[in-house]
Design a protein around this ligand. Sequence first.
Ligand SMILES: Cc1cc2nc3c(=O)[nH]c(=O)nc-3n(C[C@H](O)[C@H](O)[C@H](O)COP(=O)(O)OP(=O)(O)OC[C@H]3O[C@@H](n4cnc5c(N)ncnc54)[C@H](O)[C@@H]3O)c2cc1C
Length: 464
Amino acid sequence: MSTYPLTGNELGAVLDQLSSRLGDRVVGPQDSRWNDARRAWNLAVDQRPAVVARPESAQDVMALVEVAREHGVRVAPQGSGHSAAPRASLDRSVLADMSAMNAVEIDADRRRARLQAGAQWQHVIGPAAAHGLAGLSGSAPDVCVTGYALGGGASWMIRRYGLAANSIRSAEVVTADGDRVRADADSEPELFWALRGGGGSFGVVTALELELFPVRELYAGVLFWPQERAPEVLEAWQAWTAGVPEEMSSLGRLLNVPPLEQIPEPVRGRSFVVIEAAWLGGEASGTEQLAPLRELGPEMDTFAMIAPPGLAALHMDPPEPVPGAANGMLLGDFSAAAIDAVVGVAGPGTDSPLLSIEVRHLGGAAGRANPKNGALPAIDAPYAMFAVGMAATPEMKQAVVQRLDDLHAALEPWDAGRFLNFTERPGYTNRMFSDEAYRRLREVKSKYDPDNIIQANHEIPPSE
Ligand SMILES: Cc1cc2nc3c(=O)[nH]c(=O)nc-3n(C[C@H](O)[C@H](O)[C@H](O)COP(=O)(O)OP(=O)(O)OC[C@H]3O[C@@H](n4cnc5c(N)ncnc54)[C@H](O)[C@@H]3O)c2cc1C
């Protein structure tokens, strides 16, 4: 497949044919809607695809794949653009904006959510909670379920129920041939395996069926201390994680709250070390679990019994699109020396441009590879780090990227690989999987998309 940008004639032909199939759901560079259509959730990413198409049905997706294929153009599916940063050039790609396909149905008896591929977690969480059920959602309610689950999916219940990828029970997919297939344990099993953690390289997903879990309430919240206490608090948190049951999922975090007016006074513009946690149990047992952390005398303590929709506010993620630069890695340990490394690069007195450096506790079900699981059966590391800063201008972006690089360099001794969802730079897919899984993923790619038409953010290339 050519790597040159489309010529004017090629672009005209693709636009004509796509428009004849999808009507005004196709937007080209001359269209007044262009800048809105190509915008990603991460506003720091200047996406410049050849064309944007906004399918409303699986038939639309089949038509767009067919036209793209005929013209030697790639198809880049996107739910929200939360992870637009790592994707390679879109010069010769149709950006398939899936956001119009967001219908959700809950089958309470079978404990399943059936959703179209552009649905966000916020479209699922409330309807599931109405039946006393919860999906394995992450920290931000406007992340799309599909991109999140294909990339692994680290939720507030990860230690109890494992990775969200392995809660996928079936997927409807338009393959690079333009065929519509259903992938589940019995039908297209290799494709089903690859989709569960291998990312978006294998076809355009149009719908997913996910398992839901019986969770009516959790004891969840945040403990805040002044950031000067970071080494002491993070060391105590790390020691505590060694003994907590699987019902407890938590993270330790350096948080520099921006001085924005919409942020409440007690935290606005301040720097904290925080512990966020969700306990799948009642208040009394949760209080018992948290006792060693509360002995450190947090300045604020927001723990309360909440229904699953309340989890969406726990991590204080931005409620709307923002410009950011981020990156993460898996950590083999979060020892005192690793904590010193983090605090030395971005703790008090370092004038860090990073808003947040979080370290999530994994293990439990997230670390157990059930043979029925998919390409990411488990994460073979006890902790995952993710750091992010605002990148509203090129100068801000440069400062954040530099500090992220410094942080990665400082944590290099504990580098245990990459987690797809926390990786915001291209080029690391071979470090996201075991060697065997990576080889098998490339074989699945060769079988379903030998011409490499489908363009993921983290691409699995076909086998050589
Ligand atoms: C604020 C914030 C909070 C986050 N919190 C968490 C968290 O708690 N846990 C966690 O695990 N991750 C988290 N993430 C990471 C997030 O899961 C990834 O960015 C994920 O890729 C987002 O999926 P998306 O579809 O919304 O994003 P997009 O950028 O739209 O999609 C990412 C990739 O998914 C694939 N994809 C999306 N839709 C389709 C489709 N229909 N068919 C085929 N492929 C598709 C494509 O390869 C695409 O490039 C967070 C990210 C942010 C920015």
